[in-house]
Design a protein. Structure first.
Length: 308
């Protein structure tokens, strides 16, 4: 993405940070293999075929190959019953070579997502969505075995970029179970003062303008404008939206994909980068960290099962 000439924010290069983390993981995987003769195993369960699913698995396969983690592909038909899916998860729970289980969401409408996620062994819940892991995240003085990957990646980027969290005012835009809610809880555990902005929040601009840290996870392209940002704030854009070329958002503000669509985040990057102190781009910001944290969670699960 071309940066504006008057850009002042420091760009947080999530791709570079994720690469460093992958090198660290690869070294630990080599240590496990040499000491115990075993490597971490990750099972990725996808219900229903499709180009998106194939792309997703290929991306995970490449990442796992890079660090030495064994990937188990579990492809199930779109019309698989909930009972059969749960039976497959029980098999994976019992497989000693599988240390992490990831269920690609969303699931088809005939399958109850809560029932499925609750069946995954808490020791293999590398997505961090098991009710016990999520519940511990919400409790003071309790630590879950795993943190959800995208929120964990956001905090890791802040820490590795030297951005202070303790005592800072943080605003999270969005309250989804996947990003908004868990990242709010993580910031709270890191001693930030946290406000959540959502669709029913009054005067969101004024609230966001008061934040030292902004985590944008609303799913609305270029919603957050430059004049919503406090000068010097750290801005983490979790948004990832594909838009047609006919979109009202100026194409010059976005990145072009190979399929001819434009990629946009929740933050108007051109405007915000003139005001913020730190900012993540889309793509190349939070996205690569999500995969890196999945690999890290899988490694941690293996170390608990195999040994340090």
């Amino acid at each position: 993405m071309a940066l504006p000439s008057d850009q002042t924010a420091k760009i947080i290069d999530g791709k570079a940070v994720a690469h460093t983390i992958r090198l660290e993981i690869a070294e630990e995987v080599r240590h496990l293999s040499e000491k115990h003769g075993k490597v971490p195993g990750l099972a990725v369960v996808i219900v229903g075929a499709g180009l998106d699913s194939e792309t997703y698995v290929n991306m995970k396969r490449k990442a796992c190959d890079e660090v030495g983690i064994k990937l188990f592909d579990v492809d199930l038909p779109e019309d698989v019953s909930e009972a059969d899916l749960i039976s497959k998860i029980h098999e994976l729970n019992s497989d000693p070579e599988v240390h992490g289980i990831l269920i690609q969401l969303p699931l088809p409408k005939h399958i109850n997502e809560e029932n499925v996620l609750g069946v995954i062994s808490i020791d293999k819940d590398v997505d961090g969505f098991h009710p016990l892991n999520f519940g511990k995240l919400a409790m003071k003085g309790r630590e879950p075995l795993f943190l959800p990957c995208t929120p964990k990646g956001c905090l890791e980027l802040l820490v590795r970029s030297g951005i202070k969290i303790k005592g800072q005012r943080a605003v999270v835009i969005g309250r989804s179970n996947i990003v908004g809610l868990p990242v709010s809880l993580l910031l709270l555990k890191a001693d930030a003062t946290v406000t959540t902005v959502h669709s029913h929040t009054k005067d969101p601009e004024a609230i966001i303008r008061d934040a030292d840290i902004v985590i944008a996870a609303a799913g609305q392209a270029c919603m957050i404008k430059g004049d919503w940002i406090k000068p010097g704030a750290a801005v983490m854009d979790v948004g990832w939206l594909e838009m047609s070329i006919s979109s009202p958002v100026a194409a010059s503000e976005l990145s072009r994909t190979s399929s001819g669509y434009w990629l946009a985040g929740d933050v108007d990057f051109t405007e915000a980068s003139k005001v913020a102190g730190f900012i993540t781009p889309v793509p190349g910001g939070v996205g690569p960290m999500t995969v890196a944290m999945l690999l890290r969670n899988t490694l941690d699960a293996a170390k608990r099962a195999i040994g340090p």
